[in-house]
Design a binder for this molecule. Structure first.
Ligand code: ME8
Length: 515
C-alpha cells in the first residue's frame, strides 16, 4: 500500500479552506506561500516529482449552518464557495497539482479506509461523551475555557478567547486513544527539526497539554453533513479527522501513494493543535510516516486590527488583485509576510511597495536600458572584458550578483521568502544606481556602453531567474524582453548566458498604480 518517496520528490500541502465563506487575504497568503515553496522545489530539482495540494474543507456543522442561512443544500452551497476558491487560485497563478474537495468520492473512500485502519489497530472505542463544542472552531472545548455571556440579548455559554458560542453535547461517540500518543508526539516535536520557524515549537508543545482522548464522531441525528462511520450509519466522522485525511487522499491513499510523507505542510498558527497533535497521533496510530516539516505562519491583520466581519475590514483578495494585479499582490504578501509574526495589510503600503519595487526598481530599469537611443543594435551584448570604468563603478553590484544564487538557495530552503526579496531588491537598487550614475544616454564610448548594458541586463536576468517562484509572470516577462530562454537555477550567475538579440518590445509589465 505504501511506497516511500523517490529521492528528491517533494510534497507541499496547503490547509484546505472551509467552504463556509468567501476567501480573504489570509487564505490568499497561505496559498501564495505554498505556491512559492512548490515553485522553488521545481526550480531547484526540475527533473523530480513535485506535488502541491490545496482545496476546500466541506463537511461539518459550520458549513451545514451556512448552507441553511443561504437557503440551499450543503452540496450546492459548497459548489459555489469552492469555485470562488478555484477562481482566486487561478488568478493568483497557483501551480497546484491537486485540488481536493472533501466531498469528492475518492476522499470519502480514503477517510473510511483510514478509520477502519485505526479501528483494526485498536485505537478506537465507543463511549458516552459530554462537553462543550465550538462550531466556529469545529472542536471540543474544556470547561475552563468557557464562560457565561449575554449574546443577542440572551444568556449563552461562549468561548472566553473569542466570545463565540459553544454548545453542550451529551451523546454516544467513538473516541480515539489520543492520550496514548501524547508523549510520542512530544518527543517527535522536541527531537526533530519538524516545526518551522522554530519559534512555533513552543506553541506546538503547549497544545499537547490536553490529556483526554478525542471524540471522533457525532450522532448522525445531530450532524448528517459528513462522512458516515463505516458500518455505523448512526454516526458521522468528526470533521477534523475527515479534513486531515485529505493529505493522504491526494497522495493516492489507500492505493499506491505517489509521494508520502509530505515534505512540507504549511499552516496558519490557528491550526497548530490539529496538525501537530491530532494529525501525527493519527498517523502514528495508522503506522504511516509523519510529515518531514510543518511550516507555521502568523496571521494577517488589517491596519493592525484583527480581520472580522463585524469590523467590516475583511480584505477580499479579488479586490486587491483588481487594484494591484495578481503579481503585485503576490509580491506584497510575500515581501510583507514574515511568518514568525503577524503581518499587517494596508492598501497604502501595498501600493507603495509595488510602485517602488516592481514598477520603479525592476520595470523602469528594464525599459530605460532597452530604449533604442541607448541600445541601437537591440542586442544583449557579449563581453569578454568589462570596461575598466564600468568595472570600478559596478564593483559592489558584481559582488552581489556573484553571491546571489547561493544566498537565495539558502533563504529559499529556509522558506524565508521575504529575505530573498530583500536581497534581490537591494541588488536591483544597486543596478539602478550604477546605471543612473553612468549616464548611458550621454556615453560616446561604445565599448563602455556595451559593458554597462551587459552589467544591467545581467542584473535583471539573474534577479528574474531567482524571483521566478515569487513573481513567475513578471520574471517571465523580463526574461522574454531580454531574449533569455534558459531560466534554470544553473543560469543564475554572471556569464551564465551567451548574449544575443533582445526580445520584442511589448509594453510594460506593470503600470504605476495610482492612489
Ligand atoms: O482551519 N491570516 O480552514 P480555514 C493568515 N478547514 N492566514 C489565515 C488567516 C489570517 N487572518 N485566516 C485564515 C481551517 N488563514 C480548516 C483547515 S486543514 C486539514 C483544515 C489561513 O478556512 C491559515 O493558513 O479556517 C489557516 O490555517 C487557514 O487559512 C485555515 O483556514
Amino acid at each position: 500500500m505504501f511506497i516511500s518517496s523517490p529521492r528528491f520528490s517533494t510534497f507541499v500541502t496547503s490547509p484546505i479552506f472551509y467552504a463556509n465563506a468567501e476567501p480573504h487575504i489570509g487564505h490568499a497568503y497561505t496559498a501564495v506561500l505554498c505556491d512559492t515553496a512548490h515553485r522553488w522545489n521545481r526550480l531547484k530539482n526540475p527533473k523530480s516529482t513535485h506535488l502541491f495540494s490545496i482545496g476546500t474543507d466541506e463537511h461539518g456543522s459550520k458549513i451545514f449552518q451556512a448552507s441553511q442561512v443561504a437557503k440551499t443544500t450543503p452540496k450546492l452551497f459548497c459548489d459555489g464557495v469552492s469555485s470562488k476558491f478555484t477562481n482566486l487560485f487561478e488568478k493568483l497563478n497557483l501551480s497546484h497539482t491537486n485540488f481536493i474537495r472533501t466531498t469528492d468520492k475518492t476522499h470519502f473512500d480514503a477517510v473510511q479506509c483510514f478509520w477502519r485502519r485505526l479501528e483494526e489497530k485498536g485505537h478506537i472505542y465507543k463511549s458516552s461523551y459530554s462537553g462543550y463544542y465550538s462550531i466556529t472552531d469545529e472542536c471540543f472545548i474544556p470547561e475552563s475555557d468557557v464562560e457565561k455571556k449575554i449574546l443577542n440579548g440572551k444568556e449563552a455559554m461562549v468561548l472566553k478567547s473569542t466570545a463565540t458560542p459553544v454548545e453542550w453535547i451529551d451523546e454516544e461517540n467513538y473516541m480515539f486513544r489520543l492520550s496514548g500518543f501524547r508523549e510520542k508526539v512530544g518527543e517527535w516535536i522536541e527531537k526533530g527539526d519538524i516545526v518551522w520557524p522554530s519559534k512555533y515549537k513552543k506553541l506546538a508543545l503547549d497544545s499537547l497539554t490536553m490529556e483526554d482522548d478525542l471524540s471522533i464522531s457525532r450522532a448522525r441525528s445531530r450532524l448528517s453533513w459528513g462522512i458516515p462511520v463505516p458500518d455505523d450509519p448512526h454516526q458521522t466522522i468528526y470533521v477534523w479527522l475527515d479534513a486531515l485525511v485529505n493529505y493522504l487522499t491526494v497522495s493516492g491513499y489507500p492505493k499506491e501513494q505517489s509521494v508520502w510523507p509530505p515534505t512540507c505542510q504549511i499552516i496558519g498558527k490557528d491550526i497548530v493543535k490539529f496538525h501537530l497533535y491530532y494529525w501525527p497521533a493519527f498517523l502514528m496510530a495508522a503506522e504511516l510516516p509523519l510529515p518531514q516539516r510543518v511550516f507555521v505562519h502568523g496571521h494577517w491583520l488589517v491596519d493592525n486590527l484583527k480581520m472580522s466581519k463585524s469590523l467590516g475590514n475583511v480584505i477580499n483578495p479579488n479586490e486587491a488583485i483588481t487594484k494591484f494585479s495578481s503579481e503585485g499582490l503576490r509580491y506584497f504578501l510575500l515581501k510583507q509576510g514574515n511568518p514568525s509574526s503577524d503581518c499587517s495589510f494596508s492598501w497604502s503600503s501595498c501600493l507603495e511597495t509595488i510602485n517602488s519595487d516592481l514598477v520603479n526598481n525592476v520595470g523602469n530599469l528594464l525599459n530605460r536600458s532597452r530604449v533604442e537611443k541607448i541600445n541601437k543594435a537591440g542586442e544583449y551584448p557579449k563581453i569578454q572584458e568589462l570596461d575598466p570604468k564600468v568595472k570600478e563603478n559596478a564593483g559592489k553590484l558584481i559582488e552581489m550578483l556573484e553571491e546571489s544564487r547561493e544566498k537565495c538557495v539558502e533563504l529559499y530552503d529556509e522558506m524565508a521568502y521575504y529575505k530573498v526579496i530583500e536581497h534581490l531588491m537591494l541588488t536591483m537598487k544597486e543596478a539602478n544606481r550604477v546605471f543612473q550614475m553612468s549616464q548611458p544616454w550621454k556615453e560616446t564610448d561604445l565599448d563602455r556602453l556595451r559593458s554597462l548594458l551587459f552589467v544591467t541586463y545581467e542584473s535583471i536576468r539573474i534577479v528574474s531567474i531567482l524571483l521566478q517562484p515569487v513573481t513567475p509572470s513578471m520574471a517571465t516577462f523580463c526574461l522574454e524582453r531580454l531574449g533569455v530562454k534558459e531560466r534554470g537555477l544553473e543560469e543564475a550567475r554572471i556569464r551564465g548566458f551567451e548574449g544575443g538579440r533582445l526580445g520584442a518590445d511589448e509594453g510594460v509589465f506593470i503600470e504605476r498604480i495610482q492612489k
